[in-house]
Ligand binder design. Sequence first.
Ligand code: ADP
Ligand code: MG
Length: 684
Amino acid sequence: MSPPENPVSPLAAPVSSDEAGLRQPVSTVWGVGEERAKLLARLRIFTVEDLLLHKPRRYEDRRKFLTIRDLKPGAPATVRGTIVAAGTKRFKQGTRSMFECVFEDGTARLHGRWWQAQPWMEDWFTVGREFLIFGKLDDVKKPRTFTHPETELVEPGDDEFVHVNRIVPIHPLTEGLTARVMRTLMWRALERFEKEIAEPAIGLDLKRFPARANAVRMVHFPNELTDVEIARQRLALDEIVALQFQIQSRRKKFEASAKALPCAGDNRLMKPFLAQLGFKLTAAQANVLKEIRTDLGGAHPMRRLLQGDVGSGKTAVAACSALMALENGFNVALMAPTEILAEQHFRNFTKWFEPLGVQVELQTGSRKSGAEGGLKLEDGKRVRPSILHPPSSIFVGTHALFTAGFELPKLGLVIIDEQHKFGVTQRETLVRKGNYPHLLVMTATPIPRTLGLTLYGDLDVSVIDEMPGGRGAIKTFVRTTEKLPKVFDFIREKISGGRQAYIVYPRVEVVDTDKDIKAVTKEFENVQKALSPFKVGLLHGRIKAADKEKTMTEFRLNEIQALVATSLIEVGVDVPNATVMLIENAEHFGLAQLHQLRGRIGRGAHESFCILISDAQHKEAQARLKILEETNDGFKIAEADLKLRGPGELLGQQQSGLPDLKFGNLAEDLNLIRQARELVAQLI
Ligand code: ADP
Ligand code: MG
């Protein structure tokens, strides 16, 4: 097996100085032969550096010294004794054998026992030699016995002990590699290579932290347990600095090579737009727009992330931003993660922009407005009709917008809605597609700041931290299945009062292996019965796009009062008259996802209700749902989710752009990430 490319080696250039020694194969450490190299490779340890950065899983305090007489059953301790007798016992049947030796320390005797005697033992544990012995008394009263103790020879003049008389590390292991062997290798690697662990070349100001070489030793062989965290932070900082360096130099390079298109606009379209919008922008929306306008008129193409909790009014901000670019005669692309959301944006933007003389086009996998509106062919190449109708257009769509082979000429601004549904890499390719248009990325997943600074470290961040006024409150309840009949009575009551409801299940179809998880196709009938004579619609990913759109339209017009759906409706859908969100098997959704689903209600003036049904017995599942009952604050929820389930779960599998840090924790090291960012910014 050859060493894989490690994209974020914390020691990687350009932040580290020459460390050629550490790049040598791990077999340069004495005691690593072909066999052990193979075992280490399983732990992804290929070089000396990999070994030195193999973080202990836990520690054992083996400093507690007792006399043999004072040993108590069950309490691990270290004693010091001289061997007075030793030998191998063989058993008649089979190959079983036991090695045993007797230690003495002047207060009492202690037997050490090893099942399966090894040939070297008789030569090593010889009468007269002194050892430190760490172990736990067996339950049998007499004689005092340690089974498989850790031992270390006391050599005259040597007071450095690796395995006993200290806090010892227990590293992640693999079959065939014991903690003791790993510890020995680590010790040897440190003895030989510690001098070569250099400070990163960028010269971090690390008064608060030990030198890197020190930190590496401390993390494996700490003097006190409190040293471990200090050392970890130091090593984490190096990792995060390397990562920030990558991110920020990418940004720098981009700025050096890309010239911005002038898209700040002149208010020609904005004024009439705001006049007909029907509401006044919140102060938060207005502030964000100011930042965006500055960017759009700046020297470098905008790269901005707009965060705003569900319902904070990001669409209006997108519309205003689009108008700025349109006023300058550029085209705009708006990309949504689902067809439903693209259609919704298409409808809104058509309503808003067509009176202003701006053409709005739709392009999703299954529908394109151009085809219906008379798409023209020119030299076999498909061309958007609006290109022939200046001044400029906005193209709304899913990622089909960029994959269908259409030219999007004069593209001034790309807006990506609900960014978390797109991978980091997708974002990159998208932007490279155009001739460096400005980029506005919008997300409702409140990304915990730690992650935001990392994942979106190359973007500027704006936050809408205020909700439009005049909204009814959302109340959230967690209930068990038992309460379902009552819940449906409640929904009927709300529908009778003129409101509408969403009813969400985790699955499209029931899966045999897990019959307890409810599915929309099966529950649809039950819900219809329960809510009759009100009309119920069905929505999931396998329904044809045209039918989906028809159902959504009927729901929007309140021709359908309840919508049975999968989490497909999680993002963006905006029907202010819907005030009830019922989610069954709620434990099957992530917290952030539940919060998004809940964001579908509470959009109008009426009070809204989110009911989470779950029979989960699991303490953690209950705790997660309780968080939703307690808070509506998306940031708190995302942070809780991140801590409970890690970044992969929070952001979805596509976000594999997340680096795998050994010492840093992207969920918790906010301070370190901040420091690293500043350090690197100063440098670049
Ligand atoms: P999100 O940020 O989740 O995308 P939307 O843009 O869908 O939120 O907005 C949610 C609802 O709030 C929409 O019905 C929108 O028309 C309305 N809205 C947006 N801005 C304001 C505002 N300033 N005042 C009142 N209502 C607003
Ligand atoms: Mg939205």
